[in-house]
Structures are given as C-alpha cells and as structure tokens.
Design a protein around this ligand. Structure first.
Ligand code: CU
Length: 141
C-alpha cells in the first residue's frame, strides 16, 4: 500500500513538473516575440533615468555609444515613464544638429520615438535637456 502511494506521488510530481516546464517555455517564447515586435528602436531610454545614477554605469541611453554607417538613421525610444529629449551637443551647449523636441512638440513622451539620419561622418555627442546627467554618443563611420 505504501509503495503504491509513493509511486503515485512520484508520478504526480513528475507530471506537475512536465506541465509546469511546458507552460513556462510557452510563456517565455510568447514574451520574447512580444519584445521583438515592440522594440524597433536602435537606442533605448530605459526606466528610472530621470533620477541621477544612470550615468555611473553609463546606461542613461542604451547603448550609450552606437556606431552607424554614414547615411543611416538612428531611432530612439523612450521606455521610461518620464519625459526626455535627444539633443545634440552637451548640456547647456546644444549644437542644433538634431533635437527630438523639434519633432515632438516639446519632449519625448513615454513610448514615443525619434529618428534622425546621419549624413556626415563624425562623433556626435547628445544629451537630455531635462536631466543633465543623461548623455551618450553616435559615431558615424
Ligand atoms: Cu531625460
């Protein structure tokens, strides 16, 4: 009798494990495909960068340095719940080459994106006009 109970318990545990495993696999694939569909940006403005600290690990824009071929465009997306900008130059010294605020009537709203085409070789620093610690670079080669 005890043997039967133990056997039944083992079978039950194995069944539950297999069902759990297949469910978790299913969810994982589902999540992955959603992420791929939703992210079409080259650079992400991640969450919580509206407070200082992202600059310590250089993750205010991800990636903080992006290399593109001449003539190609870069698309930024604001994944944060705060407003941000993508503005060429350094804080207090914008160069005027590109500025997301010109295209988006002020600031990049949450989940809003901004695209700029780079037609000249060079190293382009940019920053967020609202958060002086947010800075990154586009390298066109
Ligand atoms: Cu910002």
């Amino acid at each position: 009798m005890i043997k039967k109970i133990i056997t039944f318990a083992i079978i039950l545990i194995i069944s539950v494990s297999i069902i759990g495993l297949s469910l978790s696999n299913y969810n994982f694939e589902e999540t992955n495909s959603n992420v791929e569909e939703s992210i079409k940006a080259d650079v992400i403005i991640p969450i919580k960068v509206s407070r200082p600290g992202c600059d310590i690990e250089d993750v205010c824009y991800i990636p903080s340095t992006i290399v593109v071929e001449k003539g190609k465009s870069v698309t930024w997306i604001n994944d944060d719940s705060s407003f941000h900008t993508v503005t060429s130059g350094f804080w207090g010294e914008p160069t005027g080459l590109f500025d997301s605020t010109a295209d988006t009537n002020g600031y990049l709203d949450p989940y809003q994106s901004y695209t700029f085409s780079f037609d000249e070789y060079g190293v382009y620093d940019y920053f967020c006009t609202l958060h002086p610690w947010m800075k990154a670079q586009v390298i066109v080669e």
